[in-house]
Ligand binder design. Sequence first.
Ligand code: P1T
Length: 391
Amino acid sequence: MAKLRTKAIHSGQHPDPVTGAVITPLYQTTTFAQEAPGVHKGYEYSRSGNPTRTVLETVLADMEGGAHGFCFASGSAALATLMMALLRPGDHVIVGDDVYGGTYRFLTKVLKNFGVEMDFVDLSGSADITPFIKDSSKMVFLETPTNPLLKLTDLEAVIKTAKQHGLTAVVDNTFATPYLQQPLELGADIVMHSTTKYIGGHSDVVGGALILKDDTYRDQIAFNQNSIGATPDPFACWLTLRGVKTLGVRMEAHCKNALEIAEFLEAHSQVEDVIYPGLSSHPQHSLAKKQMQGYGGMISLRVKGGTEEANSFLTSLKYFTLAESLGGIESLSEIPAIMTHASIEPEIRAQLGITDSLVRLSVGIEDVADLKADLDQALNSITSTKKTAAA
Ligand code: P1T
């Protein structure tokens, strides 16, 4: 079977039989001509299906080792469609306690209104989910590494227990990507992505995806994808397809830069602590070694001091643009408590450790020496502000 880098470039992608075009054409059309009512070439209307989208769905499914791929207008649209397709009032879901703020918001402020119950559980390491399983439990949903605390779940162990109790196991693989981790191979039923991030890779297109291991949920997801209609337009699919081809080389560069930066930050006198799965100080470092083929491009850290110092650090950075999102070729920085995770209640954020001084970096693929120099000057400028204040 072809390796991932080959799949990214070849799965579902063949020169156009009509023109010979090497790259998948952008079928920027809403509808498709029919020879006679109901007689068509497999496409009727672009919400239901579009040839550019089909290619993206095929390549994503192949890269994750799944049987079916479904694309959406955003990761959040993928999540909403998934939950509405699989859950009913009274059903219970076990959710990892550290998830993207928008995921938490959808689950607690939207899905709960439809009578779905949930418990947020620390799924670090090989956490035992048995005490949280009820008769009504239907699903376990988790991120690994998590956003923003970069906690890792032992997928094999947690999914094994989930399966023993008949739960559907869903893994949001946005941070790791199929290049670093393949949850379906470890027993998951469904993988979710915000393709906005590493899959697209260039911070120019929002999208989401669900990849199914087998046929079990295919009809439910397909029906809901079309019925809810939160589908991506053809150009979004085309851009994502353009991005995904270089996933392998980008991930190598993200991982290399991030490890070097994490080590640099850990040794810096202005840094309180660094969270990065590639550091031996990370609580699940050995799991990361076993489960992932690299440690990813995301780093969280706390600078010495508090909110003021963190703000000063972020506003002094030159190459790490202060912005939400992650996974693009350019480096980004943010404070989750104020930005991406602001919709989580302050007391829950505090319990989790998403403090106002926690900084999240998405390490891009720029020259690492420039990135380190930038971080160094911004960290040292915190000191000088203090010195000025004291003087
Ligand atoms: O932004 P959207 O494409 O809708 O994807 C939502 C989403 C789902 N899952 C994970 C792990 C995510 O990180 C996200 C989006 N996250 C950000 C925008 C962010 O800056 O963390």
